[in-house]
Design a protein. Sequence first.
Length: 419
Amino acid sequence: MSTRKKLIVVGGGASGFFCGVNAAQMNPMLDVVILEKTNKLLSKVKVSGGGRCNVTHYSEAVSDMIEAYPRGKNFMKKSLYRFSSQDTQNWFLLRGVQLKVESDGRMFPESDKSQSVIDCLMHEAEKYKVEIKLQTEVFQIKKMTDGFDLEVKYGVKEVEVIHADFICIATGGHSKESGFQWLKQMGIDIEPPVPSLFTFNILDSKLHQLMGVASPDSMLKIPKLKLQERGPVLITHWGLSGPAILKMSSRAAKELNELDYAFDVSLNWAPEYHESAMLELIKTKRIEIARQLVGNKNPLDIPGRLWNYLLEKSTIKPDISWANIPSAASNLLSKNICNDVYSVKGKTTFKEEFVTAGGIKIESIHQATLESKLIPGLYFAGEVLNVDGITGGYNFQHAWSSGWIVAEDITTKMSEVKS
């Protein structure tokens, strides 16, 4: 006679939900319960991509994706072969959510609404009778001979004990190591967390006046770390943001934390030129467009407000002609265009889409199954693992891939028991 088993998923985010609904679909004899500490499900899915949900990143091969993971690159290579970006697209398509790709590779639902993704996942949970409990906190997990006992508290009720055959921890990242304390008590190895995906704070009131100006193509360098990143940069009322900044913050998350977020950045606003080549271009323009006003004739793909700011910074008045730019000012302009240096003093978390580097050490799990090496039957999925990607849909892809792998392995284990 077949015996029903129970999977408890701790965490109602993307990875936990994906694990839960797929495990329930794959295993008719498996009862699935999702426990969420807050009163909100899929909160990151809701706010991602400005409320559109950047579901994944378009790729035709696994090799297209792996460089986007500063931590866990080799791990993600294996995971993506098991459940790829294409698999994610197909999974949602089969459930009525068509994804579209944008010019930078990010993929969103055609509706441009994150609610489409949430509704899809909620429908799957209802269809396969996944039980969801909100405002439910897990205090302790004990390994028993026949599975696990969890000490949980539902809202204001007393702590009670519930039993599970399998557990998937999908609680997301924590900004402080203390958030992992209950897992450390079980002997789980933790890599101390540091923030990833954040913007740079710069105390420069003149730069702040350019709030909202976006440079479509810039080269960002952190000389102290010998790192660089090319892409769009957005000027904000507190400093710098945009894809190039966010990617750099992810790639250098640990190093910037060690610097206490105090470092210099250099920006080349016209990255196809280096400083000496820019000086030659300026000299050429002083002849070719000698009579035109500098402020009216911008020979580069630099936004107008930013161009005038760079002119002012180079002691060049916008109402003089190109022919009348002094030589010393030409040198200064070429430097400010190609090596515009700012001092960063602090960071700002990227809206509500915060990501952390750190978490469960990859070495402590079986990478093929995401099961704990120390505690059989205990799995991990999503950002709780020491894996994180740059901005662009990569972190959600990690959530889908890891959730799927856990569901698949539990299915395999239940099949082995039956046979």
